[in-house]
Design a protein around this ligand. Structure first.
Ligand SMILES: [Zn+2]
Ligand SMILES: [Zn+2]
Length: 219
């Protein structure tokens, strides 16, 4: 959706009545008139006060309906359907222009997340743990994609994940919990545990740590 809006924006759509570039606006909560939703978060609107549709609309509506109002040209970004939309004042929609830079940032973040999610699907088949670790240790990545990544840890069953994950300070306690559970499961699968003194991986059955020599309590 966001991409489609941005693509249409690149084409610099103009008003057929005045040839002035349309302004991307946030859609009002309800469809003016029939009470239905717009089916789009965004609308392209001609906000040119010199636009003939807008200039001539005042008299037309006055004569036709006997109330104060005019029309603005409007296009839907998804279908490029267009309408003459009734407005009650010249200020209608002027405050709802979209911050396009903000929209671009949202869109590139969304694309990066989608790419990360797509990569996740491939990494189990390829037995490649690096995208999973990368996502789990990136606190700015989308939390739902990071949860999916945590769910893949046991399936990948790779001891190489333990060190980077143990060294990461998780900001989300639920994600941290999921990661800890997965690490315990992976260790169990390999009949290993972490030495409580030196944190090296040792056999579950070991009585002395082969790395630091400390005596270990049996679990
Ligand atoms: Zn216009
Ligand atoms: Zn040890």
């Amino acid at each position: 959706m966001l991409e489609r809006v941005l693509t249409y924006l690149e084409q610099k759509p103009t008003c057929p009545h005045c040839k002035v570039e349309l302004t991307l606006c946030h859609a009002p909560p309800m469809h003016v008139g029939d009470g239905l939703g717009w089916g789009s978060e965004f609308l392209f609107i001609c906000l040119n006060d010199e636009c003939p549709l807008f200039v001539n609309g005042w008299d037309f509506i006055e004569n036709q309906y006997g109330h104060v109002g005019s029309y603005r040209h409007m296009e839907m970004p998804n279908s490029q359907e267009n309408y003459s939309m009734m407005v009650g004042s010249k200020y209608a929609f002027t405050g709802s222009a979209v911050d396009i830079e903000d929209l671009r940032r949202q869109s590139s973040r969304y694309q990066a997340e989608r790419a990360a999610a797509a990569q996740l699907y491939g990494c189990v088949a390829a037995k490649d743990i690096s995208p999973v670790i990368h996502l789990l240790t990136d606190d700015s990545a989308d939390i739902s994609v990071r949860r999916q990544a945590a769910n893949l840890l046991v399936e990948l069953n790779d001891l190489a994940c333990i060190e980077p994950l143990r060294n990461h300070k998780f900001l989300d306690p639920h994600l941290e919990h999921a990661v800890n559970l997965a690490i315990s499961q992976i260790l169990n699968n390999h009949y290993l545990r972490e030495c409580p003194y030196c944190a090296e991986l040792i056999k579950i059955r070991a009585q002395l740590c082969k790395h630091c020599g400390k005596e270990l309590a049996q679990t």
